[in-house]
Design a protein around this ligand. Structure first.
Ligand code: SF4
Length: 725
C-alpha cells in the first residue's frame, strides 16, 4: 500500500540510494524481496483477543516475525470461528504508535520522563511504605479489569500489602445487575437462547456489544422463528433479529417489569408449583404488584398498555421456555438510579415463569473446576483484615455491594476526602470510562501514589505518578482459564516489539521483591498454569499448541439457589434490613426529559467499544468515513427544533458543553439522545483518536446509586441546539 503513495521517480531514487548505501548494487531487487516475503511460511499461534471482555479465542498468523492476520478458533465458545472487526483491528496494538514503551515518571502535568525499571520499583516501593506507615493498608486500593493472569497476581500482591480494597470495572458496567441477582437468586443465570420460544431483551444489544457467538445465537433463534422482543429507547442493531422493537422512555424498564408481573399474577399465568417450591415472600410480592397495571405502566414507559399485556401473555403462555434475558449494562446495568431494583424484577419475573433450570429459560452455569497453587509449597499472604476504602459491603455505606467487585469509580472522590492515599490500576481507564472526568482526574491526582500498569496511554495513565508498561497481548503468555466446557489460554505470538515492556507476572514478581513480599511469589507462571489445568487433565504443552481444549463437563447439578434462604427471594430480608424496598416497587429514574431536554443515552457500536478501540487507526477510519460518531436524535423532535441530518449541534448539561454532528432518525425515542461510547479522547499527545467525537461521560455527574453503588451513567439531561450546517 505504501508504494502507491510513493511517487515512482522518488521510489527509484530511494531504492538506488539504499542499494548504494548497503553496497549491494544490482543484487537488490524489490520484486525478489516481495517474492520472498510472500513465500515466507506462516505460523498459526493460539491467542485470545483482548479488545473487549469476551476474550475470543483466535489464531494469530505470524509471518517473518510479524503479525499477518487473525482468524477465530472454532472450538472457543465465544468466537466459534469468528472474530469481529474490533478483534481484527485490535491485534495491531502491538505496533500502535501510542504504546507506552518505557517505565515513566510524571514530573509535571502531562509531562513524563522515562526511567529504569529499578528506579520505578524502588521509588514506588518507598512511597508505598510511607503510605502504609502513615495511613495503614485501609487507604490502599487496586482496580482492574479482571483477566486470568491479573486476577491471580495482583490480589496476591495486595494481600501482601494488607489491602482489602480490590475492585473490578463492574461498577461502571454490571454491578447493579450482579448485586440484584446475588440477593435474589444467589447468582446470575443466563438465558437459554438456543431453546427458548419467547424472549425479551431489555436493551441488551448482542449484535454490537460482546461476543460473536451470542450474536450468532440470536441469528439462529431468529431463523427458528423464536419471538424476540427488543425493548430499548434506541432501535439498535439487535433489532435486525427481533420480532418487534418496543421503544421505551429511558430508565423506565422497572415499570414495564412491574406491570408484566401484575399481568402474570392477575391472569394466573405464573408457575404456581415453582413458586410454592422455590420462592419466598410470594404473598408480599403479589400484594406489592397489584397497583402496577399495564395502564399505569404505559404512562411511565410510553409503551401502549396493549403491548405490555401482549408481552406478559407471550411470556406466560410460553413458560417455562420463555424468559427476560439477564442483561448486562445497557440500558440499565449501571445506568439509572433504579437499576438494582430493575434487575431484582428481572429475576422475580423469571421466577414467576418457573423457568430456572429449564430448557429455553434461565440456566446456571456449571463449569469444570480449575485447580489452584499448592498452598503448602507456595504459601499465600494472610487474608487482609483492613477495612475497605470504597464502602462496598460496609454498613452505612453500600452494605449490599459485592466486595468481589467494589466501587471503582468512587475512588477519586475518596482520595479528595482523604479516605484513599495510594492506588494501583491495571488496564482500566476509569478517568475516561466513568462520568465526571474533571472530578476523576482531580481525585486521582490527589493521591500520594498512583501507579498505572497498561499497554497504551490513557486518560487515567496521565494522572499516575508512575506508569509501568506491560507488553501487549500478542507478545505475552497468560494463565489458562476455564470457559464453558473448555480450557483456553493466550500464548505469545511474537517477540517484544519494545524491549522495555514486560509481562504482568514478571512485573508483579519483581516488585514484590522491593516490598519484602518475594516469599509469596516463589513460583513461576508455568507453576501456576500447571496447577490450574491439573484437575482438568490437560497438559500445558498441548494447550500451547491447541489454544483451546474441550474438557469433560461435570455432571448436571440439581437446581439450587445460593441465597440465604436457598430460594428465590421475591421478598428480600437483607434489603429490608438495610432500609431498601424488600419487594421491588416503582422508583422513577432521576432524569425525565422535558420539552427542551433529552436523556443522554449511550451504547456500543459493532466496531467500537470503549477508549481501547477509539484510538485504533483502522476502526477510526471507518467511523470518520461514515460519520458514526454522531448524536442520534428523533426525527420529529429534530424537525420541531429546525435541525437537519448532519447539522452541527451543541450538546450541553450543567457539567459540560460539546459539539458534534447529528443523525436525525426514527430509530430513537423522542425523549432520548444517543451518543456512541468511546469517542472523545483527552490524552493530548495521543497520535490517534484525539479531537474526534465527544464522550457522554463529560456531560454526566459522578454519582453512586444507593444500593449497589453503580455509576448511574445515563442519569443526565442535555439540551441540543443547532450551531452550524
Ligand atoms: S467480540 Fe470482538 S473485540 Fe471482543 S473479544 Fe471477540 S473478537 Fe475481540
Amino acid at each position: 500500500m505504501w508504494a502507491n503513495k510513493f511517487p515512482r521517480r522518488t521510489f527509484l531514487k530511494a531504492t538506488a540510494a539504499t542499494a548504494a548505501a548497503v553496497g549491494v548494487g544490482d543484487v537488490f531487487s524489490i520484486g525478489e524481496w516481495m517474492k520472498q516475503a510472500n513465500a515466507a511460511p506462516v505460523t498459526k499461534i493460539p491467542s485470545l483477543c483482548e479488545t473487549c471482555s469476551a476474550a475470543c479465542g483466535m489464531w494469530v498468523h505470524v509471518k517473518n516475525g510479524r503479525i499477518w492476520k487473525v482468524t477465530g478458533q472454532k472450538d472457543h465458545s465465544q468466537s466459534k470461528g469468528r472474530i469481529c472487526a474490533r478483534g481484527h483491528a485490535g491485534i495491531a496494538m502491538a505496533y500502535h504508535k501510542d504504546r507506552i514503551t518505557h517505565p515513566m515518571k510524571r514530573i509535571a502535568d502531562n509531562h513524563f520522563v522515562p526511567i529504569t525499571w529499578e528506579q520505578a520499583y524502588g521509588e514506588i516501593a518507598a512511597k508505598l511504605k510511607t503510605v502504609l506507615k502513615e495511613h495503614g493498608p485501609e487507604k490502599v486500593f487496586f482496580s482492574h479489569n479482571p483477566r486470568p493472569t491479573n486476577k491471580f497476581y495482583w490480589p496476591r500482591l495486595m494481600a501482601a500489602v494488607g489491602s482489602s480494597t480490590i475492585q473490578s470495572h463492574h461498577s461502571m458496567c454490571s454491578t447493579g445487575r450482579d448485586v440484584a441477582y446475588k440477593w435474589t437468586t444467589g447468582g446470575m443465570a443466563t438465558a437459554d437462547i438456543g431453546k427458548t420460544k419467547y424472549i425479551v431483551f431489555l436493551g441488551r444489544n448482542y449484535v454490537e456489544g460482546l461476543s460473536p457467538s451470542t450474536a450468532a445465537n440470536m441469528e439462529a433463534a431468529h431463523a427458528r422463528g423464536v419471538t424476540m422482543i427488543v425493548v430499548d429507547p434506541r432501535h439498535s442493531n439487535a433489532c435486525l433479529f427481533a420480532s418487534q422493537w418496543v421503544p421505551i422512555r429511558p430508565g423506565t424498564d422497572l415499570a414495564l417489569l412491574l406491570a408484566i408481573a401484575n399481568v402474570l399474577l392477575a391472569e394466573n399465568l405464573y408457575d404456581k408449583e415453582f413458586v410454592d417450591e422455590w420462592c419466598v415472600g410470594f404473598d408480599e410480592f403479589r400484594q406489592g404488584m397489584k397497583q402496577y397495571t399495564p395502564e399505569w405502566a404505559s404512562t411511565m414507559t410510553d409503551i401502549p398498555a396493549e403491548t405490555i399485556y401482549a408481552i406478559a401473555r407471550g411470556l406466560g403462555n410460553n413458560r417455562p421456555a420463555s424468559c427476560i434475558e439477564q442483561g448486562y449494562k445497557a440500558p440499565n446495568g449501571c445506568n439509572y438510579a433504579n437499576g438494582t431494583q430493575m434487575f431484582r424484577m428481572v429475576a422475580c419475573v423469571n421466577a414467576l415463569l418457573g423457568n430456572y433450570g429449564k430448557d429455553g429459560g434461565m440456566k446456571f452455569s456449571n463449569p469444570p473446576k480449575a485447580g489452584s497453587l499448592d498452598a503448602k509449597k507456595y504459601p499465600a499472604p494472610p487474608k487482609p483484615k483492613a477495612a475497605r476504602c470504597d464502602g462496598a459491603g460496609i454498613k452505612g455505606e453500600f452494605p449490599l455491594c459485592q466486595t468481589s467487585q467494589g466501587i471503582v469509580h468512587l475512588m477519586p472522590q475518596r482520595a479528595l476526602e482523604g479516605k484513599a492515599k495510594a492506588g494501583f490500576l491495571y488496564r482500566i481507564n476509569v478517568a475516561r470510562n466513568a462520568p465526571g472526568p474533571e472530578l476523576l482526574t482531580k481525585g486521582y491526582k490527589a493521591l500520594d501514589l498512583l501507579v498505572v500498569c497498561d499497554v497504551k496511554w490513557s486518560e487515567t495513565a496521565l494522572c499516575a505518578h508512575y506508569i509501568l508498561p506491560e507488553c501487549c497481548p500478542a507478545e505475552r503468555e497468560d494463565l489458562p482459564a476455564v470457559v464453558s466446557s473448555t480450557v483456553t489460554m493466550r500464548t505469545a505470538a511474537i517477540g517484544l516489539v519494545h524491549s522495555e515492556c514486560k509481562p504482568l507476572s514478571q512485573i508483579v514478581t519483581e516488585f514484590a521483591g522491593y516490598i519484602g513480599a518475594a516469599k509469596y511469589f516463589n513460583f513461576t507462571q508455568d507453576d501456576v498454569a500447571n496447577a490450574i489445568i491439573k484437575p482438568l487433565g490437560v497438559k500445558l504443552d498441548e494447550l500451547r499448541v491447541k489454544g483451546t481444549i474441550k474438557v469433560k463437563a461435570p455432571a448436571p447439578k440439581p437446581l439450587s439457589f445460593k441465597t440465604k434462604s436457598k430460594k428465590v427471594e421475591l421478598y428480600c430480608k437483607a434489603f429490608a434490613d438495610h432500609g431498601f424496598a424488600p419487594v421491588p416497587q416503582w422508583e422513577p429514574p432521576y432524569s425525565k426529559a422535558g420539552k427542551d431536554t433529552f436523556v443522554l443515552i449511550h451504547g456500543k457500536q459493532g466496531f467500537m467499544s470503549h477508549t481501547v478501540t477509539a484510538s485504533d487507526p483502522y476502526l477510526l477510519a471507518i467511523a470518520r468515513r461514515d460519520g458514526l460518531e454522531r448524536l442520534w436524535i428523533n426525527a420529529d423532535r429534530a424537525q420541531k427544533m429546525g435541525i437537519k441530518d448532519g447539522d452541527l449541534v451543541e450538546v450541553a448539561s450543567p457539567q459540560a458543553k460539546g459539539r458534534v454532528r447529528v443523525k436525525v432518525t426514527e430509530r430513537v425515542h423522542p425523549e432520548a439522545a444517543y451518543l456512541p461510547a468511546g469517542y472523545g479522547r483527552l490524552v493530548p499527545f495521543l497520535k490517534t483518536g484525539v479531537g474526534f467525537g465527544i464522550s457522554p461521560n463529560d456531560f454526566t455527574p459522578s454519582r453512586a446509586e444507593a444500593i449497589s453503588g453503580h455509576a448511574m451513567m445515563m442519569e443526565v439531561l442535555v439540551t441540543v441546539r443547532k450551531v452550524g450546517e
